[in-house]
Design a binder for this molecule. Sequence first.
Ligand code: 3PG
Length: 306
Amino acid sequence: MKKVLVATEKPFAPVAVNGIREVLDKAGYELVLLEKYTSADEWKQAAADVDAMIIRSDKATAEIFEAAKKLKIIVRAGAGYDNIDLEAATGKGVVAMNTPGQNSNAVAELAFGMMLYHVRKGFNGSSGSELRGKKLGIHAYGNVGRYIAEIAKGFRMDLYAFDPFVDNAVIEKDGVKPLETEKELYKNCDFVSLNIPSNENTKNSIGYELLSLMPKNGTLVNTARKEVIDEEGLLRVMAERDDFSYLSDLAPNCHEEIKNDYPGRVVFTAKKMGAQTAEANINAGIAAATQIVQFLEHGDTTFKVN
Ligand code: 3PG
């Protein structure tokens, strides 16, 4: 019987685990559940004899691949796979996949939750402002970017996007104005929603040069990754401009400093929670389980990333 390990330090909603179990039961596979593990050793032990793994932001390092002797496939139930050591996976002949788009609506909704919380001053009873008529820049027009645009239209925001990998025609069709450079996006938009992946080209790429271009009351909304922010540059803008705000689902390393020094101008979630909805967990979890079955039974490598 094939074994599939779900290794999640931040567990899926129980209803999603049930959905994963159903898919695996139907295929005649066994589900091994490792939730809220506290050490890599625990994960390594559980991984020793499994054929497949489903993870979230869990760090699949070379050590894990070394321990998982029978592993054939690992699926990141989510979009970003910067937490998987792809070289190590490939070296061990393991296929790595993600489940793009499955949790994107949840992430987009959180971006608006943070924006509303911020412009309404944390619902503290004082007078805030509105999103309607404000310019929203969508930095990267992938799955999350598209949901952001869809929701923003309901708020009657003016929409702009920068994404060199997406045809302007695709962006225009959604009623969004494509811009040619990152600088234009930051210069023109009251809010910028950051939806870029974290990779060698994007790490530390959002810093002083771009953020200082934002107009008065400029607000950066980060539901992507903390690694894409150049924290020194961010701190410099926060210090120089008392109108600039930073809202993030990924608290920066400097979060204590920034929270204490700039109250009212930052919003951080308690834990990365963009994809923390039952719906997103069901979509991504079931997609991951289905992709595993399709790969192990039929060799289907759709969504392979290595
Ligand atoms: C993703 O890349 O899909 C999101 O960042 C969600 O991450 P999570 O599964 O750890 O919540």
